[in-house]
Design a protein. Structure first.
Length: 186
């Protein structure tokens, strides 16, 4: 297994087959998860008997009732646990996406979460941050239903917008793994 995705939504089957199946990926994401849900599962057996090269973590949008610092702290706690329990894996954290058709306080909060993550994650060493939120907000500040049908959940087009840069970065990360390690982990 090359990577584990904790993908918070329902990824279209065609995007999964095209971009992630060839990477021998597993998806551990459950719709509606909060950072506490993911942390609990990781502390209670979800990491048993797996040795991924890369873990992709995308969680936090469902923690909208918490402050930006609390949400980012939950994501950081998960990333710290992953780095301690999977010492050879690289951790890739996806930033939160904007929400709502027009600018609103939740967008501001999600942007603040991303700011905290951008600042805090480099301290972990093996963690990287990928933020594609800018791809969804148009020059007039709106999000279009072709990307997020309800201005929160992604459409197939929206998932492709996230999946393509993610896939490109994953391929780059996997290429950086030394040849002798790559052979032993495949």
């Amino acid at each position: 297994m090359h990577l584990v995705l904790d993908w918070h939504g329902l990824l279209s089957a065609s995007v999964w087959r095209e971009l992630f199946s060839p990477l021998h990926a597993l998806n551990f994401g459950i719709g509606g998860d909060t950072t506490c849900n993911v942390l609990w599962r990781l502390q209670n057996g979800e990491l048993e008997n797996i040795r991924p090269k890369v873990v992709v973590l995308w969680v936090g949008t469902n923690n909208y009732g918490h402050t930006a610092e609390q949400v980012a702290g939950g994501i950081l706690a998960i990333a710290q646990l992953l780095t301690s329990r999977l010492p050879k894996a690289k951790i890739l954290v996806l930033g939160l996406l904007p929400r709502g058709e027009r600018p609103n306080p939740l967008r501001v909060k999600n942007a603040a979460v991303n700011g905290f993550l951008r600042s805090w994650l480099p301290r972990l060493g093996r963690a990287q941050f990928l933020d594609v939120s800018g791809e969804f907000v148009h020059s007039d500040g709106t999000i279009i239903p072709q990307d997020m049908f309800d201005f929160l959940h992604l459409t197939a087009t929206g998932y492709r917008t996230v999946a393509k840069p993610l896939s490109d970065l994953l391929l780059q990360i996997l290429e950086e793994i030394p040849e002798e390690r790559r052979a032993s982990l495949v």
